[in-house]
Design a protein around this ligand. Structure first.
Ligand code: B12
Ligand code: SF4
Ligand code: SF4
Length: 387
């Protein structure tokens, strides 16, 4: 049963002030309250996104579509949704990185600790304070904390809470803090005063659409199957051939459509030490990554979001970046991966060698092709032999 926070809204306002005070103390940079009934249009956009297959292999999005598209289906008792932003901005714009074929690019959000637990812990602290204050005023309430992985549409919620708008890049952008922030939310049975939803401030700008290396964006619409963030993180098999060159030096995620946004002139570098880049994860050397075994991978990426994709998928990405570097210095290191136990690594090694030293391996292709049990890797050898 939901409990009113007072018909005159005074208690609601007091609770809001308490939440904002706590949020600021814990490092959040924006906060607003959304009406759980305000997401009808986003639910329809989600249905279109799924019907057109733009989610690719992220089947968990389709499986949770009803709950994701409407917070009241996820939790029928919810009366207010508190939405929070936490800055993770970089010291320097990643688009300004110098060209260096010996190094790979890890996107800004993954250069230190995984943000999920960090933000969830702080939101739980705020939720605890909120529940205690409501109780002191004689009002009981339930609360649930969500960050990223729950079936919640966080960006439309941020728009409904007035802290950002879902921009042409499909990311949530704020006039006050730019776009380098994570989102998280607290659902509650308390009636809190809602904020006025934000409106779009993209105007005629289209920089994010034009910078995208794979044409994955149309205004407010993304095709995740073309997005390098999806391909390098979520997608398990070989990177489709048509997107390999476009990956360039990116080995985990992509920041281009976010980094180009002019509203980031108002973004601040993160003040949270656990999110500030670890030096070894800023432009790491590809030569060091390509030789990683499972234990080495786990040690290097302990606590980082990169750990989630596992050693094999990271090495696949590293080998594509090496292929794109065209640097013959990598040939021996890549050749050592031709016998890797993981098919996705072997296949990417074949492709990289085909880009760096095609003549050297043309002779080997037929023998390797006959011995290869994995059809995806065999297809790579066939392509190399025919090239
Ligand atoms: C699935 C997912 C992805 C997918 C799909 C991305 C996407 N844009 O949906 C992939 C793997 C590609 C991805 C990539 C990235 N992601 Co992501 N992702 C999510 C996740 C889990 C769900 C998003 C979702 O529901 N998408 C489905 C679409 C249909 O819904 P939507 O984008 O929320 O909103 C749509 C509607 O509102 C509609 N819409 C709104 N207004 C209008 C107006 C018109 C006219 C129209 C037609 C439509 C329309 O269009 C929107 C986009 O289709 C969220 C966390 C969460 N639980 O929400 C994080 C989240 C969106 N990701 C985040 C981040 C940081 C990233 C990356 C920057 C990571 C990286 N560096 O590699 C990239 C950015 C790529 C990009 N341009 O979006 C942050 C974004 C924070 C922010 N400031 O916006 C989130 C919120 C995680 C978090 N908790 O902070 N992500
Ligand atoms: S993250 Fe990169 S590939 Fe994905 S939409 Fe943005 S610019 Fe395009
Ligand atoms: S780059 Fe321009 S169009 Fe894209 S999100 Fe930012 S303001 Fe909007």
């Amino acid at each position: 049963m939901s409990v009113s926070a007072g018909p005159d809204g005074r208690l609601g306002e007091r609770l809001r002030r308490l939440v904002w005070r706590e949020a600021e103390r814990l490092g959040f940079s924006a906060f607003g309250v959304a009406d759980p009934g305000g997401l009808a249009a986003a639910g329809r956009d989600l249905a279109d996104f799924l019907a057109e297959g733009r989610h690719g292999t992220m089947s968990w999005m389709a499986e949770t579509a009803a709950r994701r598209g409407d917070p009241r289906v996820l939790w029928p008792e919810v009366r207010s949704i508190l939405v929070f932003a936490f800055d993770y901005g970089p010291e320097a714009n990643p688009l300004d990185r110098p060209a260096d074929p010996s190094r790979g690019e890890i996107s800004v959000y993954a250069r230190n600790r995984d943000y999920h637990e960090l933000i969830k812990g702080r939101l739980k602290e705020i939720a605890g304070k909120l529940a205690a204050e409501a109780k002191r005023a004689g009002v009981g309430c339930d609360l649930k904390v969500f960050v990223d992985t729950a079936p919640v549409m966080e960006k439309p919620l941020a728009q409904a809470a007035g802290i950002a708008w879902v921009a042409k890049s499909t990311l949530a952008i704020s006039r006050r803090i730019g776009g380098w922030f994570f989102l998280g939310s607290i659902f509650t049975t308390l009636d809190l005063p809602f904020d006025v939803p934000e409106t779009s401030h993209c105007g005629s700008c289209r920089r994010c659409l034009d910078v995208c290396p794979t044409a994955a964006l149309e205004p407010h619409r993304i095709d995740a199957r073309r997005c390098l963030s999806y391909l390098s993180i979520e997608h398990a098999g070989p990177i489709p051939v048509e997107f390999r060159a476009a990956m360039g030096d990116r080995i985990y995620g992509c920041d281009d459509c976010l980094a180009i946004c002019p509203w980031n002139r108002f973004a601040r570098a993160t003040r949270e030490a656990k999110l500030a880049a670890r030096p070894e994860l800023v432009r790491p050397r590809l030569a060091e990554l390509v030789g990683l075994d499972d234990a080495g991978f786990r040690t290097l990426f302990a606590g980082s979001p990169v750990k989630r994709i596992g050693r094999d998928r990271l090495l696949r990405n590293v080998l594509v970046a090496i292929g794109n570097s065209g640097d013959p210095a990598f040939v021996e290191a890549v050749a050592a991966r031709l016998d890797d136990p993981a098919g996705v690594v072997r296949g990417a090694a074949v492709w990289a060698l085909g880009r760096m030293a095609p003549a050297r391996f043309a002779a080997e292709a037929t023998r390797r092709l006959d011995a290869e049990a994995d059809p995806d890797v065999a297809a790579e050898w066939r392509r190399t032999a025919e090239a």
